[in-house]
Write a protein that binds this ligand. Structure first.
Ligand code: SAM
Length: 344
């Protein structure tokens, strides 16, 4: 990696509103070089984008679905002197975003999944069970929110969402308690929901907060986080040039499993079946660079507790054309958000 061009000092500095997780290995796997085009598909507070811009005389397209994150990045755009473009969009559209910026192919795509500390720490965004605020949880600013789901979903759907996306063993009790509470009055705040869940999910001292898993499930559902991830992986496959790098940092097992399974599938050459042996096996589109996921070292863990559950996987794009299939078989079976809130 080489030192960056103009604006290096300004771009490397600036306030850190969110400590980037696994920033160093992410940058190394991206293989940032002069003249390269990189997509930071989860711009957030710009920690990754800032590091990429500082590492070489390259260009970065930053994407975030949160207009607040995009607006806060304005200073960095200015300091980067034409090398950073910020776009408010969902990362499932990352290939279309690159096209709209005039690039038919890019050298690297990085995804640092989940919510940022800025989002978690603002009570009015409704992500945190520790802060009282409206039960919102949307990373963007449109579409149904968590209160819409909690107040409209059938008990069975609620239980499935909380079980599958939150891996909550007490999902049925949680769903039952929510349905009972909302019969009295709609559930509108994070505190109200946290109290309802805490009354039915027991926790021992030292355990995570009893509402952690339910909040995680609702956040993933409201933002269609897994659907977005699968679509982003196939979009990255389409937009990366040969030798281009894909780097994904995930924070829970559902995401990591999707990334791992996608990369294994795309790294395989599948033979034709016994019934159709003449079928030509498609060549691999990715070569996996991380046999095991990279995790934070003791030093990073000491400084950033958020890094505890982070796992990084990286792969290099091969020459073969992107595959046609959408990989939606990697998604859990759940009703669509629009169907859950229909008529509410
Ligand atoms: C963990 S933060 C990224 C932090 C960033 N790497 C940094 O160093 O500051 C995740 C960001 O991704 C955004 N995000 C999550 N899902 C998204 C999606 N489907 N499309 C676009 N942005 C998304 C969130 O709004 C949030 O700002």
């Amino acid at each position: 990696m080489t030192a960056g061009g103009d604006g290096f000092a300004a771009v490397a500095g600036g306030p850190a509103l969110h400590i980037p997780v696994l920033g160093r290995p992410a940058l190394d796997f991206l293989n940032v070089h002069d003249g390269g085009i990189y997509i930071d598909a989860t711009f957030g507070a710009g920690g990754y984008a800032r590091a990429i811009l500082a590492a070489a005389d390259c260009k970065v397209i930053g994407i975030d679905r949160d207009q607040t994150a995009i607006a806060l990045g304005a200073d960095l755009v200015q300091a980067a002197n034409g090398r950073l473009t910020l776009i408010e969009d969902r990362f499932s559209n990352l290939d279309a975003v690159a096209h709209s910026c005039g690039h038919q192919a890019v050298n690297g795509v990085v995804l640092d999944l989940g919510v940022s500390s800025m989002q978690l720490d603002q009570a009015e965004r409704g992500f945190s069970f520790r802060l009282d605020g409206p039960l919102d949880m949307r990373m963007g600013h449109d579409g149904p929110n968590a209160a819409d789901v909690v107040n409209a979903a059938a008990e069975r759907d609620l239980a499935n969402i909380v079980f599958i996306l939150g891996e909550e063993r007490h999902s049925r009790a949680v769903a039952r308690a929510i349905v009972k509470a909302r019969a009295q009055a709609p559930i509108r705040t994070t505190r109200a929901l946290a109290d309802i869940v805490a009354a039915v999910v027991r926790s021992r001292p030292g355990d995570i907060h009893p509402a952690t898993r339910t909040f995680q499930a609702l956040r993933i559902f409201v933002n269609d986080e897994l659907g977005e991830l699968v679509a982003a992986l196939t979009a990255a496959e389409r937009i990366l040039r040969p030798q281009g790098r894909l780097v994904v940092v995930s924070f829970h097992s559902l995401e990591d499993r999707i990334v791992k399974t996608f990369l294994i599938g795309r790294g395989e050459t599948r033979a034709g079946s016994r019934h159709a042996p003449e079928l030509k096996a498609p060549p691999p589109t990715f070569r996996v660079l991380t046999k095991r996921p990279v995790v934070a070292d003791a030093d990073e863990l000491a400084h950033n507790p958020r890094a505890r559950s982070a796992k990084l996987r990286a792969a290099q794009r091969c020459e073969a054309p992107a595959r046609d299939e959408q990989a939606s078989d990697l998604l859990p079976r759940l009703p669509a958000l629009a169907d859950i809130v229909k008529g509410h």
